[in-house]
Write a protein that binds this ligand. Sequence first.
Ligand SMILES: Nc1ncnc2c1ncn2[C@@H]1O[C@H](COP(=O)(O)OP(=O)(O)O)[C@@H](O)[C@H]1O
Ligand SMILES: [Mg+2]
Length: 357
Amino acid sequence: MNKNAANSPYFALHAERITKSFGETQVLRTIDLNLAPGEVVALLGPSGCGKTTLLRIAAGLLPATSGQMKIAGKQVVDGSKFNARPEQRGIGMVFQDYAIWPHLSVLDNVAFPLRMRKLGRKARETRAREALDRVGLVHLADRFPGTLSGGQQQRVALARAIVAEPPLVLFDEPLSNLDRELREGLALEIGALLRELGLSAIYVTHDQTEAFTIADRVAVMLGGEIAQIAAPEELFAAPASVEVAQFLNIGALIDGQVCAARGFTCAHDHINLPGLAGNSPEGPARILIPRTAVRPDPHGPLTAQVLRCQFQGDRYLLHLGLGGAGASLVCPADRPAIVNSQIPLSIDPDRLRVFTN
Ligand SMILES: Nc1ncnc2c1ncn2[C@@H]1O[C@H](COP(=O)(O)OP(=O)(O)O)[C@@H](O)[C@H]1O
Ligand SMILES: [Mg+2]
């Protein structure tokens, strides 16, 4: 168990009202973020939303425009006045553009953070070998990075990031250059390793599966803000806004009206969801029908048109059009359906969400 992180009385990271502008352009707007010791948070958002910028500010590679930041209780950012240097923060990093050094052996690369901490040679080597063992590369300790595959190089970077058991490890899309199979396996391994060592980490990705695999909580970042931060299941069960639901692609969003007498009525007819009456204020609304809320059912009250039927080996995925609402929905099915036919669906009303504003 890592003494620095998991037993610390401090937040691994405490960010308060962090902003960042490049010239006139504000890239980060009032970021508040607390990471408990031993917690892994994913920053998940589309390209350009400010993920790397926030991570670089945490790493000390970029000054903030305003706001405060502490790492393991130590102030590292105080507005634009103070910005502790990266090496003073003692954090581990696995960045795409923060590669391992080609002129050092794998072992020396991994031992490097310990050299910065003035550990003796023997202790450095022992711990570096332990870290390499954890990522399954101890047999390559004497090799040079140029002779390793992309996946192996990222494992070396991972070993280097954890070797000193830092209070915080930062990852910026570390797997995005690897192919899908390797990515999925490594994501699982990174998550397991962080937990085993009790390390706190921020893991930046635009890949939902990766974020859900690795993180305890996921911060959905949109337009320079954290739109919602929650456990993966909670994000899906209760997205905080239409934008979060859209970004996570949870299901179909349909415009309509909530009315006490008739429940939800779609603006374009065809969809009536009486089950919702009484749960939401009357008036214009958007309703979210999550993929998980619908299923083919001969007695279901809703009708959808089959746009596509995709065989997936263990099941079918039906791409459905919902009435005149112009909304589409993907839903799993045990049996195939005929393209262009109409099929009845049942809906679990407890899973529907209504957004009014
Ligand atoms: N050094 C810079 N100067 C000007 N604009 C920048 C700079 N770095 C990033 N940006 C802009 O800030 C926004 C967020 O970038 P970034 O943090 O890299 O997003 P992400 O990592 O989520 O894809 C983008 O619009 C990008 O063009
Ligand atoms: Mg980025």
